[in-house]
Design a protein around this ligand. Structure first.
Ligand SMILES: N[C@@H](CCC(=O)N[C@@H](CS)C(=O)NCC(=O)O)C(=O)O
Length: 216
């Protein structure tokens, strides 16, 4: 396979980068990781020089740029037909694609008010308004998935999939902001924290990279 390079932001805070990283790691390929600083200040010159959109995650594979976390997930799924990235059954796969897309395009209040900071623990803020709507919807999605697919494994659709990659940064946020969850959902969160690829990301993350409410 030609060389894979993954451009990411600071691991403690760059939630979109985490999604791209999980997609590349799941493929089991060797890759070079290039950190572009978002903290303490954004290295705008490097972002603009090394990525087509000035954003991370971005992958460079051979001559091909792939930017945007969901496109990176789909690219590695296409490259590795023998590795499961989506559920096999077409209806379950449609469900998984819906919730992954919903995460990718939504939850703006949650992203702004509870920025990811893998190593930090904060007091739970007052959960009301749009933040409450976002959290309630995520709890609804996760509960529905776990009830339907729990007999197939510990992840949203039983086996680990792109849906889990998309929601992994939400699991991090729920831990940091101590969002109360049912036992069933706490078990799901534990499965994500204990996933080897997630653990490796968190272990590498620098706790000194601070979180700010800015929807990263
Ligand atoms: N929709 C994009 C979002 C990418 C994104 O906003 N990345 C943030 C870091 S987590 C970024 O590069 N920010 C730099 C900037 O906008 O200046 C994706 O899914 O990859």
């Amino acid at each position: 396979m030609s060389k894979v390079t993954l451009f990411i932001g600071n691991k403690n805070v760059s939630s979109w980068s985490l999604r791209g990283y999980l997609a590349v790691k799941h493929a089991g390929v060797e890759f070079e990781e290039v950190l572009i600083a978002l903290r303490p200040t954004v290295d705008r010159a490097k972002l603009d020089e090394l990525t087509p959109t000035g954003k991370v995650p971005t992958v460079m594979h051979g001559g091909q740029y792939v930017w945007d976390s969901l496109a990176i997930c789909e690219y590695f799924n296409d490259l590795n037909p023998a590795i499961s990235y989506w559920p096999e059954n077409i209806n379950v796969r449609a469900h998984a694609r819906c919730v992954a897309a919903e995460m990718h395009s939504g939850f703006v209040a949650l992203r702004a008010q509870m920025p990811m900071a893998c190593h930090s623990i904060f007091d739970c803020p007052k959960i009301s308004g749009d933040l409450k709507k976002d959290i309630d919807r995520i709890i609804e999605i996760w509960t529905d998935c776990r009830e339907k697919y729990k007999s197939h494994g510990p992840y949203l659709f039983g086996r680990y999939s792109i849906a889990d990659m998309m929601f992994a940064p939400i699991v991090m946020r729920f831990k940091s902001y101590q969002v109360p969850l049912s036992n069933q959902l706490q078990e799901y969160c534990n499965a994500i924290y204990n996933h080897p690829d997630v653990k490796e990301w968190v272990d590498d993350a620098d706790p000194n990279d601070a979180a700010e409410p800015d929807s990263r």
